[in-house]
Design a binder for this molecule. Structure first.
Ligand code: WTA
Length: 685
């Protein structure tokens, strides 16, 4: 304990953890601290704050050495020359760049599959697949997965996909989705998975941006009892992208018989190919394309504060080392675990913590195709019992929606196998945290509330289960090698108990390297707001014990059911409607979704507002982005509150949307203050 009190001052927030170690914090906040059981801690990878501080300190003092030691546990065809990291994060000193293990030659697919098979895990289950319909399931061992990946990789090579080419994947949670990702990685192709809830227009936009050699999809998927014709969406997207000058030669389509037979699928001869007709004919071995650690692995489009989605680019080596390590420690992974992350591979969570992180550790991963409440709200726990899931990782929105349905759906299942719970995507409110902890986890399982982003590749702030007491709703402390700082509006670091903007000092191996085709936007968005730091876009406060509390986005991005949506994207979808003149979208608190989408719309002169028009405005958003982005509320706005220079004052709109009408603040600077009264009057129109 003595050594902890002599922590270097650079680790200010970490030394706060000492208070917990020393028991100082306990007197006042005993209700808030949830301690891991002795049983859990004694078997944990990181059993105490002391151990964490020891490892953390080394990771900060010598990042290159620290990460090199971990990286050495993977297979490298050729080791990276020293040093392991080279970077500039300060825009004032030139262009921003981050390189980890550059010059090292490896392959992430090889490390996920071949390496594990060679280590004797060939017969271990890699994927437990649970279909939407009760009773439909399948498994693949690591050897079988490797063979499937090789067959697809051979097919892709055969149709001309080469190292560096993009491949768009638009698939639901079939086993074929991770297979497709791993097959691309095996041949050095850059996958871009598009969540299969995105509309044809959004898919087309992404295809136009990354110009893939092939698109991989399936004919349909069942969500609940309803089939959704994904192939029709892809057809429309490919027509759309061709009109914008980007045509794709190959559309590999998996026949998902549980949802739709091939006879009813629309087909374009020459371009469309049934997966089942071609892929199984290829050899089950395929040479690996060895790539540089800094060669791109994937592109994933995400929302920002302008209408155009950003192509977040991750490279191979650092991402590999980082996702594997964060997975292992944040979930206290043991080889006997059965791990289930409910995220879709269409989002970053599915990339890092369905596919890469777990498989790099040789874990058994459960992939569930369907909706978590189908056929009823007990489905998740039914699955947990069926597969003896030990680590369950989901989003607060699901926790809240299941909490609403009542404990009986949970308690009728055993859930004895559960050991660790996880949360991601948005802040988890303390009451949902407690329900998750007490009811789902029977007060036995630590909750890893993992804070991170598409851009960060892996967890940055997260509990390590068993290592220290938790506070419901706090993501707690930084992962190894991560230096979070909280800054004020001027970019000045604030120490101790405070709140402000969350930035990160220095790089970590899993950081994204650029926005595809727009390095300038990368620098402007992330490195210019607070020079010298990576700016996360999130607000954060730190309490007197050094725990971090994420408070949500501070930019024009909202988090709806853990899905990241740019308000500008929704606005541009609304104004594409011929009868909509202007739109302003804000987030409002939503009991289940975390945030809901609240849209103020001004109609074209003379058009009356009606229920029918409201529906068609919502439809415009569904068609342009996807159903998950549909506004919860359309508020008719004959006028919007604007400053004299024409800027919409969103602050006022947020207050109106949340009905905090006594907190509107100063409206005198508006060009026409009377619009505010008008909006209030129309609030429940
Ligand atoms: C939010 C998802 C609080 C945050 C991995 C971030 C969280 C955005 C948490 C990134 C958490 C994610 N606590 N907020 N544990 N995890 N967020 O890119 O606002 O889809 O900036 O990545 O989600 O969303 P993204």
């Amino acid at each position: 304990v003595d050594s902890l009190t002599t922590m270097p001052s650079g680790a200010g927030k970490i030394s706060c953890l000492n208070a917990v170690v020393l028991g100082e914090a306990l007197a006042s906040e005993v209700d808030e601290l949830v301690f891991p059981s002795h049983h859990f801690s004694s078997q944990a990878l990181v059993p105490s704050p002391q151990k964490y501080l020891e490892i953390y300190q080394r990771s900060i003092d010598d990042p290159a050495g620290f990460w090199s030691d971990i990286a050495s546990q993977f297979y490298w065809k050729q080791k990276w020359p020293q040093p392991a990291v080279s970077e500039n994060l300060d825009v004032r000193e030139g262009h921003v760049y981050i390189e980890w293990f550059k010059g090292g030659i490896t392959n992430i697919s090889y490390n996920c599959l071949d390496r594990n098979v060679e280590a004797g895990l060939g017969d271990k289950v890699a994927i437990y697949w649970e279909g939407n319909d009760l009773g439909s399931d399948a498994t693949l061992t690591y050897s079988q997965l490797l063979q499937r990946v090789c067959q697809l990789a051979n097919y892709l090579k055969d149709v001309g996909v080469k190292k560096g080419d993009a491949v768009v994947i638009y698939l639901p949670m079939l086993m074929e989705l991770p297979i497709a990702m791993l097959a691309c990685a095996r041949i050095g192709a850059v996958h871009s998975v598009v969540f299969a809830g995105f509309s044809a227009e959004s898919l087309a936009q992404r295809i136009v941006d990354c110009k893939p050699k092939a698109v991989i999809t399936c004919n349909a998927v069942k969500r609940g009892s309803k089939p959704i014709h994904l192939k029709d969406i892809v057809d429309a997207a490919l027509t759309g992208s061709a009109q914008q000058g980007v045509s794709v030669d190959v559309c590999l389509t998996y026949e998902n018989q549980s949802a739709m037979m091939r006879e009813s699928t629309k087909w374009q001869e020459g371009r469309d190919v049934w997966w089942q007709d071609v892929v199984p004919k290829y050899p089950t071995t395929c040479d690996v394309e060895w790539v540089d650690a800094e060669d791109p692995l994937f592109l994933l489009y995400t929302s920002g504060s302008t209408g155009k989605p950003k192509g977040v680019l991750h490279t191979t080596g650092g991402y590999m080392v980082y996702t594997a390590t964060t997975f292992k420690y944040a979930f206290d992974y043991k080889p006997s675990d059965v791990y289930w992350c409910t995220a879709d591979c269409g989002w970053i969570t599915g990339h890092s913590y369905v596919t890469y992180g777990p498989m790099l550790n040789g874990a058994s991963v459960l992939v569930y195709e369907g909706a978590p409440n189908y056929p009823d709200s007990g489905r998740c726990w039914d699955i947990v019992d069926k597969y003896k899931v030990t680590i369950f990782y989901t989003a607060p929105t699901l926790v809240r929606s299941l909490m609403r349905e009542g404990d009986q759906y949970v308690t009728r299942y055993s859930r004895k196998s559960l050991r660790v719970l996880g949360s991601v995507g948005e802040p988890i409110n303390p009451s949902a945290w407690r329900w998750y902890f007490n009811v789902v986890g029977d007060s036995r399982c630590p909750i890893s509330d993992t804070w991170w982003q598409t851009e960060t590749g892996g967890f940055l702030i997260t509990p390590l289960p068993g290592a220290w007491p938790q506070k419901p709703g706090s993501a707690t402390f930084p992962f190894f090698g991560v230096q979070p700082v909280i800054v004020d509006e001027k970019g000045v670091e604030i120490e101790g108990e405070c709140s402000g903007y969350l930035c990160i000092k220095g790089s970590w191996p899993g950081a994204f390297r650029t926005l595809y085709g727009d390095h300038e936007r990368y620098e402007t968005t992330y490195f210019k707001p607070f020079p010298g730091y990576y700016f996360s876009g999130d607000g954060c406060s730190r309490d007197k014990d050094g725990y971090h509390w994420l408070t949500g986005r501070v930019d024009d991005v909202i988090n709806v059911s853990g899905h990241r949506i740019g308000t500008a994207e929704v606005e541009s979808a609304l104004v594409s409607h011929p009868q909509c003149a202007e739109a302003a979208v804000v987030g409002v608190e939503h009991e289940v979704k975390g945030q809901g989408i609240y849209a103020f719309v001004t109609l074209v002169e003379g058009v009356p507002y009606s229920e029918e028009l409201r529906k068609s405005l919502v439809l415009a958003v569904r068609q342009q982005i996807g159903a998950f982005a549909a506004p919860d509320k359309i508020h008719w706005a004959p006028g919007l509150p604007k400053t004299r220079s024409g800027k919409i004052m969103r602050r006022i709109l947020r207050k109106i949307a949340s009905r905090q009408l006594d907190e509107l603040g100063d409206t005198s600077t508006l060009a026409d203050p009377s619009v505010v009264d008008q909006l209030i009057e129309l609030a429940d129109h």
